[in-house]
Design a protein around this ligand. Sequence first.
Ligand SMILES: Cc1cc2nc3c(=O)[nH]c(=O)nc-3n(C[C@H](O)[C@H](O)[C@H](O)COP(=O)(O)OP(=O)(O)OC[C@H]3O[C@@H](n4cnc5c(N)ncnc54)[C@H](O)[C@@H]3O)c2cc1C
Length: 407
Amino acid sequence: MERGKDVRARRRDLAVINREHIVDPDSNYCFGEGGAGTYSDGKLYTRSHKRGDVEGVLRTLVAFGASPDILVDAHPHIGTNKLPGIITAMRMAILACGGEVRFNSRVTDLMIENGTTRGVVLADGSALRSDAVVLATGHSARDIFRLLADKGVRIERKDFALGVRVEHPQSIIDAAQYHCAVRDPLLPPASYSLVQQVEGLGVYSFCMCPGGIIAPCATAQDEVVTNGWSPSKRNNPFANSGIVVQAPAAMHNDDPLSGMFYQHNVEHAAWKAGGERQTAPAQRLDDFIQGRLSTDLPECSYPPGIVSYRVDELLPIVIASRLREGLKEFGRKMRGYRTNEAVVVAVESRTSSPVRIPRDPTSLEHVEVKGLYPCGEGAGYAGGIVSAAMDGQRVADHIGLRYGAKR
Ligand SMILES: Cc1cc2nc3c(=O)[nH]c(=O)nc-3n(C[C@H](O)[C@H](O)[C@H](O)COP(=O)(O)OP(=O)(O)OC[C@H]3O[C@@H](n4cnc5c(N)ncnc54)[C@H](O)[C@@H]3O)c2cc1C
């Protein structure tokens, strides 16, 4: 059951976000065939080597059209232009094996009787009965988190991170990393990975996209959310990265949805600051550090456009003050990083899920609801394409065994 549209129809909705600032709540950068991964950057690095067969995931991607280079590259990357074709090929294989994919089928309710899953209800009112339901709705399906809370299905608040996207001209990052005035054409566009502890919380770069684009990733009309992607050649003139601060669950109140509301409030404030459109509030990097409004802004890749705003004042003080100190330190670590040619774009808020849907470590079913299998990033068991894929495989294996499949 997929709330969104197929890859091709979805692409048109992304263009509408860029041009007309209209966000379809069921079809956007996060929702639709292939989920958030389809129009993602397609970096395939993971720290989850203990959790499953990373090479198996990479081989599967190659079987469906990814370059075999990803099997040997230290930092494998597919690129946004290649992913939709891979996802389409996967769907064709599922159909050829007798599977079924239903688009425009948003799940609006779970049927639970005596602590056991009985199926799902869809937005059109139809019901689908099943004793095994995999809930893999991602970290942006806030309606699902609300549904679980309303139904009394146990969920927990969880650590996440929040901050901004920072974009430099790629040439500045190349010069800093390769120590040369101009990058040799045989070298790939340079990337970076930076981290700094500030007053007890980590400030770090996240999802760095050399030669990339800042993407509008809101899933509702009244919010601004950024992320990043790059084509396989990474040949855009900009380098962007999330720069985020840890937002520990303990920072919020006991409500399991408190982190989700915190995220939304910041995203909503960014939308207001951007003129109640998908235009993102932005500030030159040194102006952000110095606490000054930027009188003008540099060119930026974010398609809906940016508008000058005191981003340092827009963000919660606990986040803004640590970002300021972290960015200062990054400027000391990497020559040229602290420059007013770079721009800070608000907000980067969907780095990971603010909610965990707890499951039994052995059966992988929800701790209280039999037959419900929380899965992937939205359930808090993955963070990225490869770990979400491995978690999906684990859950599928468990359900297969339950129904008598042989290993
Ligand atoms: C622009 C961008 C760039 C990214 N770049 C990278 C990267 O380079 N490397 C990396 O590892 N990760 C990247 N990510 C993150 C990565 O895409 C996610 O970690 C991954 O997709 C999580 O997989 P998932 O299957 O758990 O959830 P998702 O991919 O979020 O999938 C959830 C699915 O559930 C559907 N759904 C939600 N609610 C309902 C409902 N009520 N009924 C029916 N269907 C529903 C959604 O439409 C969606 O298809 C990026 C994300 C974005 C947005």
